[in-house]
Design a protein around this ligand. Structure first.
Ligand code: ATR
Length: 291
């Protein structure tokens, strides 16, 4: 790597595993676009070493870090400050260097929002169906409520879990827009057209023929389907949305923009949509090569 020299700044991704990550591709491409002398590396951290890893990164003058599975909640104990959005969600995926430690952010959700904006998908005033009540869906429900959704029908196989998450969000934000429902009760949804967000791991490679709801009638109510999954490129959920005449999107833009926003936080530079789209093309190519 002939461009690495004494002035190179380092960023990295803490996780376990990190071997399949696309984040180095995102960040190193952006360093190239902006002409910054900066490198981004994967950092496999074994169970029990998270605190050491964060302290060590600070001591080694790392400019910023991303944090992925399984450490997004645990890392909150080791940040100096936390952004309010990340605090509400209860998960941090980005550490930005400050005096004496790192400030924690959640760019997954900010990335989902910017990715949606780039596709012209609206949240404010919308009636939204959100499928799932795990960590990812919970964060999306927070985002939708924070960004002014009119109603979020939080649909989950286990109703109790949907109720817990809905109550927690409504209380935290002093709202009542999140409505828990049992997944199989989709027939009870008022007859309208919705934005539907798929927030479970159902349909993820290699289970490409699975979707949380298989009934084509459900998809008649969906004008836009957004799947958080990006592998495969078109999930069964997305196919069902399209078969019923709706538009569908996968989660690759969310992944892209969580990286773009982290890069902007690390460096103070702004990334244009045109630059982001170029990174998106490279991500698509990289994924095809891995197939
Ligand atoms: P993550 O934290 O990665 O978002 P998770 O916590 O494992 O994922 O949550 C998985 C979500 O997928 C849950 O909403 C789960 O529903 P339950 O709360 O009822 O378990 C949902 N899920 C997983 N497998 C499912 C299946 N076969 N049918 C319906 N929902 C399923």
């Amino acid at each position: 790597m002939e461009f690495v020299n004494g002035k190179t700044r380092t960023c990295g991704l803490i996780g376990n595993p990190v071997e399949h990550t696309l984040s180095p591709l995102i960040h190193n491409t952006l360093s190239g676009f902006t002409g910054l002398n900066q490198i981004y590396v994967p950092l496999h951290v074994e169970t029990g070493f998270l605190e050491d890893a964060v302290k060590g990164a600070y001591a080694l003058n790392f400019l910023g870090m991303n944090v992925t599975v399984p450490y997004k909640s645990d890392v909150i104990s080791y940040v100096k400050e936390i952004d309010p959005v990340a605090k509400n969600i209860g998960a941090v995926n980005t550490l930005v260097r400050m005096d004496g430690g790192y400030k924690g952010y959640n760019t997954d959700m900010l990335g989902l929002f910017r990715g949606m904006q780039s596709e012209g998908i609206n949240i404010e005033g919308e009636e939204i169906i959100l499928i799932g009540a795990g960590g990812a869906a919970r964060a999306v429900a927070f985002l939708c409520a924070m960004k002014g959704a009119k109603q979020v029908y939080l649909m989950n196989r286990t109703l109790e879990k949907a109720e817990l998450v809905a109550n927690e969000i409504n209380e935290a934000l002093h709202l009542s827009c999140v409505v828990p429902m049992k997944l199989e009760d989709y027939g009870l949804l008022p007859d309208k057209k919705y934005l539907a967000i798929q927030g479970t791991s159902i349909g993820l490679h290699p289970n490409v023929e699975a979707a949380p709801i298989m009934d084509p009638q459900f998809y008649e109510k969906v004008h836009t389907g957004y799947d958080l999954i990006y592998n495969p490129e078109k999930t069964k959920f997305m196919q069902l949305v399209e078969d019923a005449g709706g538009k569908s999107y996968n989660g690759l833009k969310m992944l892209l923009y969580q990286g773009v926003i982290a890069f902007e936080l690390f460096t103070g530079k702004s990334i244009s949509e045109e630059q982001a789209n170029k990174v998106h093309d490279k991500m698509m190519k990289a994924m095809k090569q891995h197939e």
